[in-house]
Design a protein around this ligand. Structure first.
Ligand code: ADP
Ligand code: MG
Length: 705
């Protein structure tokens, strides 16, 4: 085993060395790093800067440009709490003699106010500079006390990393300096020379050095050109993703699964149970699935269909085909709520057909879990609905014939591949409402065949969408009141921002109280958020589905898949914090019957750009068009919202910006696999080792999730 440049055993073990081997990292620091997922030296090396600060010569406030991420040294002129509408904000006036900037915190605690009471000398302040009412502002900046020893930065170009709780930015930079100096020389080259030469890529060591501590200021964002170092690392990331996809496609082609026969009698009985007839698109997709299921080679198919197009029934019918052949079928949903909803919805079909149905989620009581697992292992449970819990090690199926993954975008590529290895080559059906633009489909779903449900069930009227200013919130309340008197139901959604989850949660709680006491005293309502116990969530969702509740004030936990036909109004607060595709998903919770439905996006502040972006929601009900817009404006990282970004498993690449690199990486991966399918050549040892590491990590992920 040897890399291309180095033969020492240390080289091969470098990636697995724990962060503690870095000089200056003790148990305390290590704990904080681990909490951020930085466990090995390799993790540190590949945790790249978000950007850089140009501290050459030290910038004065008067020379800073609004819109830039800036860093300056200033003293505090004054600090105070200010009452602003319903909440308090903390304001600190800063100056360096050439200009004044007001720092604002919308969420803060005593730690902040006390810190400012303590601060005597000057501060380094970093964040995005804005202009508000003609004055310079900076929101939630990073602050560092300057006289605590600034020599490490010493001006120059300073990398800016994603903040790590408990580790001061400067301390982190010092660690990275040490990592780059001591460990980069041990990094093993992964790409073969030929690939590097052909695509004009830097070697890995140079690339890493350049990305962490560049000698020149990378003007990347302005002229859209990536630094050679970054381009090399992006290529690497895409190359390994493509290898994974290509290899798994080939692996699958060699597998033999279980061909199923269609029992027309049985399907006739199923048909009689359906309260509606299938749409043309549903029928077409069913034919495609049935044809796949009849093959020896396991099916591996993606169903794409806008929210509300009726994917669940397709999943059910597919499951029944497999079940009538004597196999088990599993449906995996991304959340407890959705799994439970599927369970409740599918029961009325399963029971009259004599199909035993079980639910398995990690939140069940251990006795219930035990029962479910036994029924799955004995083969008695024919249709199994669950969450991630389904793919854990101790769950074994007797005869698994089909796995359906609902709302695929919540699961990563690796998880999907791992699931396939659960019990003797089952057929796999993947369902998503996130329309993946064609440019991405090849990369993300390169190993899947695709079917599209491009038709909604008859009688749906498109949801009427309106963007309204927060000052006109009353209009929204009037509409809600009108719909409540008609017996309809509604959702009000609040975004949760990760870093300040607690305070946002408080917002949801206070808002619910406010709505109940002051606005809708006679409307039965409840609050729903991710931090609630599963039991509690289930109770609330069931109450809402059975119309015991009319209003649900929720965070995005309800975002995917929830199906309550009588719900006709969706109000979204702070819509600007969501991606358009995510808003479209939210909107899909209403308009699920022939009743006229509404979606109101209540935005507060935000510029013309925000307003324009939201206007797309008013103009279009087409998930595809919305996704394309989203992609154009925000890039794929945000396509499905911050919380769901995992589905592409990419840290560095932006599939729109890096489309060329992607094509190159795909080409390189295809060539490699053709030349050396099993990666047995010595020159490819480093590639093989990295792939093995990745699949180990995936296995870990599955165990813990
Ligand atoms: P999604 O594709 O978003 O998962 P669902 O499967 O939840 O959509 O279906 C949305 C709603 O449409 C459900 O209430 C379902 O019963 C109903 N539905 C599905 N197919 C049809 C159809 N062919 N005709 C009428 N209603 C349908
Ligand atoms: Mg669904």
């Amino acid at each position: 085993m040897a890399g291309q440049n180095l033969n020492s055993p240390a080289a091969d073990s470098l990636p697995l060395q724990p962060v503690e081997v870095v000089k200056g990292v003790g148990p305390r620091l290590a704990r904080h790093l681990k909490a951020k997922g930085l466990i090995t030296v390799e993790d540190l090396l590949f945790n790249l800067p978000l950007g850089y600060l140009d501290q050459r010569g030290g910038l004065q406030i008067s020379r800073l440009r609004p819109g830039d991420y800036v860093s300056f040294v200033a003293t505090v002129l004054g600090a105070r709490e200010v009452q602003y509408r319903r909440r308090k904000i903390y304001e600190v006036i800063l100056s360096d003699g050439t200009g004044v900037v007001t720092a604002k915190w919308f969420h803060y605690g005593r730690w902040l106010t006390q810190r400012f009471q303590r601060i005597k000398g000057s501060l380094r302040v970093s964040g995005t500079l804005r202009v508000f009412a003609g004055k310079l502002e900076i929101h939630h900046p990073e602050i560092e006390e300057e006289d605590a020893g600034t020599e490490e930065d010493g001006g120059g170009i300073v990398p800016r990393y994603s903040p790590i709780p408990g580790v001061a930015p400067r301390a982190y930079r010092r660690i990275m300096r040490e990592v780059v100096d001591s460990f980069v020389p041990q990094v093993v080259e992964t790409l073969p020379d030929a690939v590097r030469q052909y695509f004009k890529l830097l070697d890995l060591q140079t690339a890493l050095r350049q990305v962490h501590f560049p000698k020149e200021f990378p003007e990347a964002e302005e002229n859209k050109q990536l630094s050679p170092g970054l381009r090399r690392l992006i290529f690497e990331e895409l190359f390994f993703l493509e290898l994974l996809i290509i290899r798994s496609r080939e692996e699958l082609a060699r597998e033999t699964g279980h061909p199923m026969v269609l029992d027309r009698d049985f399907l006739g009985r199923v048909g009689k149970l359906l309260p509606f007839s299938l749409t043309k698109a549903q029928k077409r997709v069913m034919r495609e699935i049935a044809a796949d299921l009849g093959q020896k080679r396991p099916m591996n198919r993606l169903i794409q269909g806008d929210v509300g197009c009726g994917k669940t029934i397709v999943a059910l019918l597919s499951a029944l085909i497999v079940i009538s052949n004597g196999f088990q079928a599993a449906v995996m949903a991304p959340t407890e709520i959705l799994a439970h909803q599927h369970f409740v919805n599918l029961k009325p079909f399963a029971e009259p057909l004599g199909v035993d149905l079980v639910l398995l989620t990690s939140k069940l009581k251990s006795k219930e879990k035990q029962n479910s697992r036994e029924a799955i292992a004995s083969g008695e449970a024919r249709l199994v609905i669950g969450t991630h819990a389904l793919i854990q090690k101790h769950v074994t199926f007797k005869r698994l014939g089909l796995v359906t993954i609902d709302e695929q975008h919540r699961f990563g590529v690796l998880q999907r591949l791992a699931l396939r290895h659960k019990g003797g080559s089952p057929h796999v059906l993947v369902m998503t409402a996130t329309p993946i633009p064609r440019t991405l489909a090849m990369t993300v779903y390169g190993d899947l065949d695709v079917s599209v449900i491009d038709e909604l069930p008859p009688g749906r009227t498109p949801v009427e969408t309106q963007v309204i200013d927060a000052r006109q919130r009353k209009k929204a309340y009037e509409l809600l009141r009108q719909e409540f008197t008609r017996g309809r139901q509604a959702y009000i959604i609040y975004p949760l921002v990760e870093e300040s989850e607690k305070s946002d949660l408080k917002d949801v709680t206070t808002m619910t109280e406010h709505l109940q006491k002051k606005i809708f005293p006679n409307t039965p309502m409840a609050m729903l958020h991710g931090r609630m116990a599963a039991e509690e969530k289930k109770k609330i969702m069931t109450a809402f589905a059975s119309k015991k509740l009319q209003l649900l004030v929720a965070t995005t936990v309800i975002e995917v898949g929830i199906d309550v036909p009588e719900a006709t109004v969706m109000v979204v607060e702070h819509p600007e914090r969501f991606g358009l595709s995510q808003l479209h998903q939210l909107r899909g919770r209403v308009g699920r019957s022939s009743h006229r439905s509404y979606c109101l996006l209540i935005h507060e502040g935000g510029g013309r750009e925000t307003r324009q972006r939201l206007a797309i929601m008013e103009q279009s009900n087409d998930g595809f068009r919305i996704a394309e817009e989203d992609l154009r404006i925000r890039g794929p990282g945000d396509l499905i919202g911050v919380h769901q970004a995992g589905f592409i498993d990419l840290k560095l690449a932006n599939l729109v910006r890096d489309a060329d690199t992607l094509a190159a990486a795909r080409k390189a991966a295809l060539t490699l696999i053709k030349k050396d399918p099993e990666l047995t050549k010595p020159a490819h040892a480093a590639i093989k080792a990295k792939i093995q590491r990745q699949s180990l990590q995936a296995a870990e992920l599955l165990k813990t999730s």
